[in-house]
Design a protein around this ligand. Structure first.
Ligand SMILES: [Zn+2]
Length: 286
């Protein structure tokens, strides 16, 4: 196997895993659309269903003076459309040079097309999600396929590419384990996952949410956090980003005798007065 898969999958995880950590995405409820919609929203990308008269065209990326747009064949099955949309996103996120990409059956061997395909498969079926579903939750092949809205074939090849990165000298065993898994026998694929699970988990946990997102996640859960938990909240330069991100979050500072507590609260959960009292209590106990 060439190194392309390893390079593109690592680049994809950089952006995808960071997103999953920042947004605190549940591994078992993962669906590519969270990431996809986030990307098209912040980059102002238009997504347009289309009917291409040529049956060979599955999708299109166009970059022109009007902006960026992705088109997909509206008559294709949903699983195919999902793959095409993530493929188009791949051209964009991987910063492929060009203002026009057309997906046709004829060009799938081009290097940029292969890169976009690897990106797409990864976004639809991330390593950590496959591990959670297949190994930890014992989902069947069809359950995984249905919940992630991918085709049979896409899941088959994704598992093959994924597992043979770890078992490069034993491709026969990998193929057999996947075929047995499709038939409902999961002992072999379990064994394969068992030996690599720590690496997959460690890779995922290398990513941590940014300060802003850690604070957001915590406030979403408990309504109130202070600089006791997140010392960098004392730096007021961080406040603006916290407030910009969510209209419900407020920040303030209380101090006494050279000690200070900065705090963030959700105004739907605590009034200004309640939040201030909580902060003053912490200051008293410092
Ligand atoms: Zn393409």
């Amino acid at each position: 196997m060439d190194g392309l898969y390893a390079i593109v999958s690592s680049a994809t995880k950089q952006t995808l895993y960071q997103f999953m950590k920042d947004e605190d995405i549940s591994l078992l409820n993962y669906h590519f659309s969270h990431y996809f919609h986030f990307c098209i929203q912040i980059n102002n990308i238009q997504v347009i269903p289309h009917h291409f008269s040529s049956h060979k065209i599955e999708g299109l990326t166009v970059v022109d003076e009007l902006g960026i747009s992705f088109s997909y064949e509206r008559d294709n099955p949903k699983v195919k459309q999902n793959f095409t949309l993530c493929h188009e996103l791949g051209h964009f996120i991987l910063k492929h040079d060009g203002s026009y990409f057309a997906e046709s059956v004829d060009n799938q061997e081009d290097i940029l097309e292969r890169e976009a395909n690897i990106f797409s498969a990864m976004v639809l079926m991330p390593d950590i999600v496959l591990l959670s579903k297949i190994y930890y939750s014992c989902h069947t092949f069809h359950q995984v396929q249905n919940s992630l809205e991918v085709s049979n074939q896409a899941l088959f090849y994704r598992l093959l590419d994924f597992l043979r990165e770890y078992y490069s000298d034993n491709e026969g065993e990998v193929t057999q384990a996947i075929e047995s898994y499709i038939e409902g026998k999961n002992a072999s694929i379990f064994r394969l996952f068992h030996n690599i699970k720590d690496k997959i988990i460690e890779e995922f946990h290398q990513f941590q949410p940014s300060l802003i997102n850690q604070v957001k996640q915590r406030v979403r859960k408990v309504g109130f956090v202070t600089s006791q938990e997140y010392p960098s909240l004392l730096n007021q330069d961080n406040w603006k980003a916290i407030k910009d991100n969510n209209g419900n979050l407020k920040t303030w500072l209380v101090y006494n005798k050279g000690k200070a507590i900065a705090y963030v609260w959700d105004k739907e959960k605590f009034s200004d007065e309640e939040a201030r009292k909580k902060a003053e209590l912490q200051l008293l106990l410092m």
